[in-house]
Design a binder for this molecule. Sequence first.
Ligand code: UDP
Ligand code: MN
Length: 584
Amino acid sequence: MRITNVRRGRIIRISSVCAILLLLIYALNKWSRNNIEAQPVISDYKASSYKSHPDEYPVLKTELGNFEPKDRIVVKGPGQEGKPYHMVGRDNDIADSESIYGMNIAASDDIAMNRTVPDTRLDECKYWHYPVNLPSTSVIIVFHNEGFSVLMRTVHTVIDRSPPNILHEIVLVDDYSDKENLGENLDKYIKRWNGKVRLIRNTQREGLIRTRSRGAQEATGDVIVFLDAHCEVNVNWLPPLLAPIYRDYRIMTVPVIDGIDHRTFEYRPVYQHGTNYRGIFEWGMLYKENEVPDRESNLHKHKSEPYKSPTHAGGLFAINRQYFLEIGAYDPGLLVWGGENFELSFKIWQCGGSIEWVPCSRVGHVYRAFMPYSFGNLAKNRKGSLITINYKRVIETWFDEEHKEYFYTREPTARFLDMGDITEQLALKDRLKCKEFSWFMENVAYDVYDKFPKLPKNTHWGMVKNKASGLCLDTMGKAAPAYIGTSSCHGTGHSQLFRLNEAGQLGVGERCVEADTESLKQAICRLGTVDGPWRYEEEHNQLIHRLHGYCLTLQAHARTLGLAPCDPNNTYQKWTITHQKANW
Ligand code: UDP
Ligand code: MN
């Protein structure tokens, strides 16, 4: 199991079976295109101003693909070929850059705009031939206070590595940045592209979600491609993304994302060569990636072919512009950041479209060390719960009653958050005659249940407060595997929010609490939900570990936690679990 820092915080990539076994199964089940199962039934919703070309599939040949560049110019200098750039003796510059931008802009400033990066694709990708009449494309890049050189490198690589007749324009949308070099300086810089790169600016901070919707409205190409403002597109990235959309305008496509290191700008693949992953979610709506299950990979003859995915990370994707607008773009009630990737995914799938990940389209993205911007007035000092409010809007619109409960079990404070009005969203769902969430789970996101079983109900949740010390259990902001400690009870955020469920699991965030005589720690929840070790003894307020028959104890002097023989008179073993604040 590998953990990588990716959009939406930490993502676990879940490797299912061992690779050899997979290969074997893959070889045994080589299906051709003709065997593809019937596609999901399309709703009778029709878009107006474009058509699909259902017979126009890309073709794999022995000669080099029709959009492959003939030659490759290597630019010498720091970061060439995507190698790490280690700045020597400039610790202050690095620290300054990272604290302002969440990435080392000083390093980026030294690296060529048109540096080459390693071709991370499968070799096979070079031999696909794509339809020649691919739709005209607007690349939309929204930004708020991004580093100038990183933003411009994104633009340069798109210009350099996209077929000029297909790339209609690049639309930069400034989400009310206040950095000086993103003002006139930027207007001046983009003049070199003679209007092909346009810049529009918000007159107030809108957040990335509304800013992307605005970009879609302003764009004039047939297809829009969204990129974050800190990307480098790889060789021949665009045609493979457009081909599925050209064939069927209801397909949204997603490039496979490579990682660019936020300190050294090293460009490297996130996934092991030749393995395909797809986007799923857990019940707290954290974005996850899972190795493509056999049920999907068996439908494809080649590993380089696009495959279906329940969702996507959010930042980078392509979609027919008209289609995007007709399905309502993003829910305008979603604020700043978070949940919009799910909203769009559920909407597309449930309302007749589909999402495909495209292994031959690779785009590098800088994963920042932390989120450097505030949420401004939009969040009214509620940065944390704002993302949960977004999730609540999305699940209240698209989930059914059963699945909503899993979300509220995993995020119990969400039940009390004010999500605003979703009447419009429900009306849209009705108008587009969208399918039930259970259809989506059974036919598309079927691998979610394997990785994240249905959750048993909570019997208790909230702050776990020790009677003797008055302190509360606290993850101290650490991610698993990590020890759990105690701190003064504040009842905000997720660090003191624990949940005990009917199956005896004590959960915190997406993790489960495990204990021995020396420690209490968060660990990855074991699959299956019947083996939780915990029981709350109401009479003596004890948290009993059933396997050991011991009680959770705060060792008074060392201030450490662990299991000890139960003693009904020991107040260091007495815990109350009380609900905490919802808004923070
Ligand atoms: N962004 C924006 N307005 C905001 C926050 C972010 O326009 O209020 C832009 C940001 O500059 C970036 C994109 O939205 O180009 C995605 O944000 P970010 O990269 O921070 O998200 P992450 O990749 O960390 O999920
Ligand atoms: Mn980003």
